[in-house]
Design a protein around this ligand. Structure first.
Ligand code: FAD
Length: 348
């Protein structure tokens, strides 16, 4: 297994149950995957009970219906210990390649050999910023969600927040307390109805799994909207502070300009424009990517059934990039590996 975040641990849980011999190699020095890097005011978009990995429900956090990132890190740390998952930390996998009799993972602490590999490297280390004219000209500070640590350092500033997804809405809402914020989105942000949070998203994803005929007629999760109205987002929106503007045309030395000729000067631009799957360690396998993704059936590589990709997004299984959703895809991946290796099936 390459990666010891939530996806790696969920797969570890099922590998342990299947009685397979495995190791989890994780580059980070401490448990928690990407959750270690999120900002203090970030809240989960589901209550604790709907943010659990297989086997062990996430306990509630005192005083918070929607737990914070530190709570998730504590949960993942405990999870790893409880199931005695063999996580080897500060082990960076530079590449996995085919060798005689199996697969070899080259790491900064030697070579590991195995019959199958699950990639669960997440996307945190590949922040994406679109090519917008003037990006190199802007004289103020630019950062990505990746570098956001909280609102304090932006007190008194004018801040342009770019991106109409959950992190854009949450960071813009967060900043409204201390800064003058302008929120630019490519299309009009679509808030989910207030009563809908990650619970309902997961239920919808579940329905998609069961509805084999699910197609364009069923709009799935996206048909409801994109942004979960967490309490801080709702509060900022209801106070009239979270107002979306169209995407600007270009950055200038002092700010941004729009197609209609308006301009807005600012100190900082925060790019909340997403992440891309971190697939560098797969490269030596020569699997042909298509649109930045490795073709898979579920989690399994179409080209090589010994390779699984877990947790990167809906393309590796519905809700596979969420705490509650990754268990289902991890289970199927381990079942398939187990069958491939001619060992006990999880259902037996
Ligand atoms: P990660 O958590 O990124 O873990 C990957 C691990 O692999 C890391 O420890 C990394 O060090 C290691 N790694 C990477 N490359 C290598 C390598 N070459 N060799 C060895 N190790 C490697 N999800 C929810 O369920 N609920 C939420 O409320 C929620 N809110 C979110 C808010 C924000 C702002 C963001 C950005 C995401 C949110 N998510 C939420 C999504 C969730 O946090 C991620 O999808 C999740 O962390 C991905 O887990 P992972 O295990 O796939 O990857």
């Amino acid at each position: 297994m390459v990666g010891g975040g939530q996806a790696g641990l969920a797969a570890g849980y099922y590998l342990r149950r299947a009685g397979l011999d495995f190791a989890i190699l994780d580059a980070a020095p401490a448990p928690g995957g990407a959750w270690q890097h999120y900002w203090e005011s970030l809240r989960l978009f589901s209550p604790a009970a709907y943010s659990s990995l297989p086997g062990r429900p996430m306990p509630g956090q005192a005083g918070q219906e929607y737990p914070d990132a530190a709570h998730v890190v504590a949960y993942l740390t405990e999870y790893e210990k409880r199931y005695e998952l063999p996580v080897h930390r500060s082990v960076w996998v530079s590449g996995v390649e085919r060798g005689p009799g199996g697969l070899s993972a080259r790491t900064d602490s030697g070579t590991w050999r195995s019959q199958a590999v699950v990639f669960a490297t997440g996307s945190w280390e590949r922040p994406f910023v679109p090519a917008v004219p003037g990006r190199g000209v802007f004289g103020g500070r630019q950062l990505h969600t990746y570098g956001y640590r909280g609102p304090a350092e932006f007190a008194g500033q004018r801040v342009l927040v770019v991106g109409g997804g959950n992190s854009g809405a949450q960071i813009a809402a967060d900043l409204t307390a201390v800064a003058e914020v302008r929120w630019a989105t490519r299309r009009t942000p679509r808030f989910l109805p207030d009563e809908i949070d990650g619970r309902a998203l997961f239920d919808l994803a579940t329905r998609r799994v069961h509805a084999a005929a699910d197609g364009p007629a069923h709009g799935g999760v996206g048909s409801l909207g994109d942004i979960v109205a967490t309490p801080p987002v709702r509060a900022a929106r209801d106070a009239g502070l979270l107002v979306a503007h169209p995407m600007f045309e270009r950055l200038t030395e002092s700010g941004a300009t729009w197609a209609d000729g308006t301009a807005w000067d600012c100190d900082t631009v925060v790019w909340c424009t997403g992440f891309r799957p971190d697939l560098a360690s797969l490269r030596p396998l020569g699997l042909r990517p298509s649109h930045g993704r490795i073709p898979t059936e579920g989690t399994r590589s179409v080209e090589d059934p010994r390779i699984h990709l877990l947790g990167y997004g809906d393309w590796t299984g519905p809700a596979s990039a969420t705490l509650i959703g990754v268990g289902r895809t991890a289970r199927t991946a381990v079942q398939q590996i187990s069958t491939l290796l001619h060992t006990t099936d999880l259902d037996t």
